[in-house]
Design a protein around this ligand. Structure first.
Ligand code: ZN
Length: 257
């Protein structure tokens, strides 16, 4: 197993000042988080609760909370891995414009990526959000209460409480999408990490950056939907945790003299 960084990726990272990093579930498996949409994932075994059903029925809300609780328990103790930390190093050296992530695990925040440089396109499960007044709160007490009662919790205002993630059937937040698109339009390098690039509209973000002229690098284990894209600069097949942090370290080290 070689840890020699990919020379082209090192070169691109050295020259970049406005890198757009796009991340998917493949970067979190190194933190012990299961890929829910992948083979054997929870969401392939259970029918997801659509947002419209969640709003419409008490039974659907309870079913949602049961699934969300299983997810919360799997995510709760996860820690950032070297990929998340490498992204933070790029930010500290002024090379990062934006991280756009499909992940809801909050690990970029935990690693230290600042809010100005982060778009969590699919939301975060590190907060519970009221669907009426928008109030956000810590998940732990809500899941504890749900475990005790089996009833989906409600806000003090009477609104339905839900994980601050984007559910199936729920639109992305327009301001998040807008910030991601702006970052794509000004990026001078775009690197997609651990994503099959098959979920839209999220996966259109790196493509927009490439279309706008940024060199496009994909690191993923297994095929991606953009492998045949003619504007692709570099495709690295394999584990992101092995491929990306050493390249960042090499680029920052060589740029330090
Ligand atoms: Zn409320």
């Amino acid at each position: 197993m070689s840890t020699t960084p990919h020379p082209r990726l090192v070169e691109l990272l050295q020259g970049a000042e406005r890198t757009l990093i796009f991340t998917g579930a493949g970067i979190s498996t190194g933190s012990g988080i299961p890929d829910y949409r992948g083979p054997g994932g929870l969401w392939t075994q259970q029918q997801p609760v659509y947002y419209q059903d969640f709003l419409a029925s008490e039974e659907a809300r309870a079913r949602y909370w049961e699934m969300a609780r299983a997810g919360w328990e799997a995510y709760r103790d996860a820690r950032p891995n070297p990929v998340h930390h490498a992204v933070v190093h790029l930010e500290r050296r002024g090379k990062l414009d934006m991280v756009v992530t499909q992940n809801i695990d909050g690990l970029h925040v935990r690693a230290g990526t600042s809010a100005d440089h982060l778009v969590e396109l699919h939301g975060t499960n590190r907060a519970i959000e009221c669907q009426t007044c928008g109030d956000r709160s810590d998940p732990e007490p809500h899941y504890a209460r749900f475990a005790a009662t089996g009833t989906a919790p409600r806000c003090a205002c009477g609104g339905f409480l839900k994980s601050a993630t984007i559910s199936f059937g729920q639109n992305l937040r327009q301001d998040d999408l807008g910030r991601a698109m702006e970052a794509a339009s000004r990026a001078d390098l775009v690197v997609a990490l651990g994503s099959t690039l098959s979920v839209t509209p999220a996966a259109t973000i790196p493509l927009m950056a490439a279309e706008a002229g940024a060199p496009y690098v994909i690191i993923n284990r297994g095929e991606t939907a953009h492998d045949g894209y003619p504007g692709l600069d570099t495709r690295i097949e394999g584990d992101v945790v092995e491929a990306f942090p050493p390249a960042v370290a090499a680029a920052l080290e060589q740029g330090a003299d």
